[in-house]
Design a binder for this molecule. Structure first.
Ligand SMILES: C[S@@+](CC[C@H](N)C(=O)[O-])C[C@H]1O[C@@H](n2cnc3c(N)ncnc32)[C@H](O)[C@@H]1O
Length: 285
């Protein structure tokens, strides 16, 4: 059955349901850019009975299904960006390779707050895989401001005496992104569970698409990808298996109140399940 959008704008359509159903309904090579930020299998509660505590093999199998579909849907030269924990992206990169995709980068997205883990290094980045279907058809090189000391305003690096040769438009972005802010405050968050910074999506969308291209995000969440696509005049398609009201409210410019944790039934489905102790090998990082 062809999925029916639950919400549409001039630029795009949102589908409520399993992303595999939406992906299966789309035509080969019809998408220019895919951004995927799936559940990390950390036993988070996304509501609607979504399982986020699968056996490792089942989780990877499931990821393999939507990755395969995504690769089928990408137009030649289209880009696949995949955000996950390093431990999963090590495996998911293989799946992208097996689907004939071209590795471009493993971007390390710096985590601002790190928690010590006994017997391990401090985990300090999320992984953002960047692949294309053959030679990229879009690659807009972003530039970032030349970093300066926030106390004295002077340069942080000396550029080996070649400061005057730097492009005044800014530095080339590297594959280590230290300037992506977390979205943590209840005031700015649109839902209890994960929400990415618009800055991250702006960068991805700018690098790998131009106005009018079609961006697909199978894991809508709070709708960050769709909000950025709207603003940057990309067309978009997306799905979300859980609650879609935060996405719709965001795209309509309404405020969606995130229930505070531990405040009774209203907050259910937004809280982390307190039950299971997460084994070290499954811990966040
Ligand atoms: C990590 S969140 C995405 C957050 C999003 N990038 C944002 O900035 O708001 C993953 C989302 O995928 C949704 N999800 C889980 N399984 C899904 C499936 N099979 N199909 C569609 N969405 C799914 C979850 O409900 C959750 O909202």
């Amino acid at each position: 059955m062809t999925p029916v959008p639950i919400f549409s704008t001039d630029h795009g359509s949102l589908f409520q349901g399993d992303c595999l159903d939406l992906l299966a309904s789309l035509e080969d090579e019809s998408i220019d850019l895919i951004f995927a930020d799936p559940p990390f299998n950390l036993n988070k509660d996304y509501g609607s009975g979504i399982r986020d505590d699968l056996d490792e093999d089942r989780y990877l199998d499931w990821c393999g299904q939507w990755i395969k579909e995504g690769c089928r849907l990408l137009a030649k030269g289209g880009a696949f960006w995949l955000y996950n924990l390093p431990r999963w992206n090590v495996e998911l990169g293989h799946k992208l390779n097996d689907n004939g995709m071209l590795f471009r980068h493993w971007v390390a997205v710096d985590i601002k707050m790190v928690m010590p883990i006994p017997g391990r290094l401090y985990p300090s980045h999320y992984s953002l895989l960047y692949y294309t279907k053959g030679k990229p058809k879009r690659f807009v090189r972003p530039r970032v401001p030349i970093p300066v000391c926030r106390h004295c305003g002077g340069d942080i690096k000396d550029y080996g005496g070649h400061r005057n040769k730097l492009n005044p438009a800014g530095l080339n972005v590297t594959d280590v992104w230290t300037d992506i802010p977390p979205v943590r405050h209840a005031r700015t968050k649109r839902r209890g569970a994960n929400e990415l910074s618009e800055k991250l999506l702006e960068r991805v969308v700018t690098i790998s698409s131009v106005e009018g291209d079609i961006v697909l995000d199978p894991f809508g969440g709070s709708g960050t990808t769709f909000a950025v696509a709207e603003r940057l005049h990309r067309r978009w398609l997306g799905s979300e298996l859980g609650e879609v009201e935060p996405i719709i409210a965001r795209l309509e410019g309404r405020t969606f109140v995130v229930p505070a944790p531990n405040r009774g039934d209203a907050a259910k489905g937004q809280q982390k399940r307190p039950t299971r102790e997460v084994p070290a090998h499954q811990s966040l990082f």
